[in-house]
Design a protein around this ligand. Sequence first.
Ligand SMILES: [Zn+2]
Length: 87
Amino acid sequence: MSKIDLSGRSHKALEIVLGGHVEPLPRKGAVIHSQNGGGDYKVTENFCTCPDFQYRGGNICKHVRAYRVFKTLEKADCESELGDSDE
Ligand SMILES: [Zn+2]
């Protein structure tokens, strides 16, 4: 069993999501608004337009991580709504 590592990039990804920087697009992917005013990046689950992603040659960056976290939370939200009763 492995614990989730909340240091480093995973932590940054969480900050992006919790900070409200992820703006989901209607069909697929999302726009990530840069935290430091460096511009907006378009992301999907395995692609990002940021220089970091391009430089790494396809290794996922914090924006892709943030998008994945966002999608997971979104899914969890739907599931909890389905499970809720009117108590
Ligand atoms: Zn990126």
